[in-house]
Design a protein around this ligand. Structure first.
Ligand code: HEC
Length: 139
């Protein structure tokens, strides 16, 4: 009898904890994604040249387009099923962020966006930022 009571109590504690956890995770995800100040001033060491942009486009199509779309509009084939939606890489809001902030975001990721610091080299991540900048300009 006593054992049964404890089990019920344990179960209700677990339910409460799970609810709190889920509510917290949902709240965290709706917050705007802001890069830490210290990352914002970092300068892109990779100059944007036609050769770099060509390389970066290939990287982008393979790694980023499934979510962000081939033209960076945030409308890749996987986008429909994702929350939050992949960012529009042609938007003014994104264009207003510094290269350093974008580099930090690409490196760290944020669910469902993967963390690229172990997948792509630093140079590749900077090249991708050159490419994203070229998308904003051609809008
Ligand atoms: C699995 C889907 C997915 C893939 C693959 C992906 N992203 Fe994302 N990306 C997202 C989502 C979703 C967000 C929005 C996250 C948020 O706001 O919390 C995002 C946001 C971003 C942002 C931040 C935009 C802003 O407004 O600050 C950048 C930059 C970015 N992605 C670049 C890339 C690059 C570069 C690649 C390829 C190397 C890539 N992403 C691959 C899903 C993806």
């Amino acid at each position: 009898m006593k054992l049964k009571f404890q089990k019920t109590k344990l179960l209700s504690v677990l339910i409460v904890l799970t609810t709190v956890f889920i509510a917290d995770a949902a709240k965290a995800q709706t917050k705007t994604w802001v890069a830490p100040d210290i990352s914002k001033a970092v300068i892109n060491p990779v100059a944007s040249t036609p050769t770099i942009l060509k390389e970066a486009k290939a990287l982008y199509i393979t790694n980023c387009a499934p979510c962000h779309g081939e033209k960076g509009k945030g409308d890749g084939p996987a986008a429909a099923s994702l929350t939050p939606k992949p960012a529009d890489h042609t938007s003014a809001a994104l264009h207003n962020e510094t290269d350093g902030a974008l580099f930090w975001k690409i490196s760290e990721g944020r669910t469902p966006m993967p963390q690229y610091k172990k997948i792509l080299t630093e140079t590749q991540r900077w090249e991708l930022i050159d490419y994203i900048r070229s998308l904003s300009k051609t809008k």
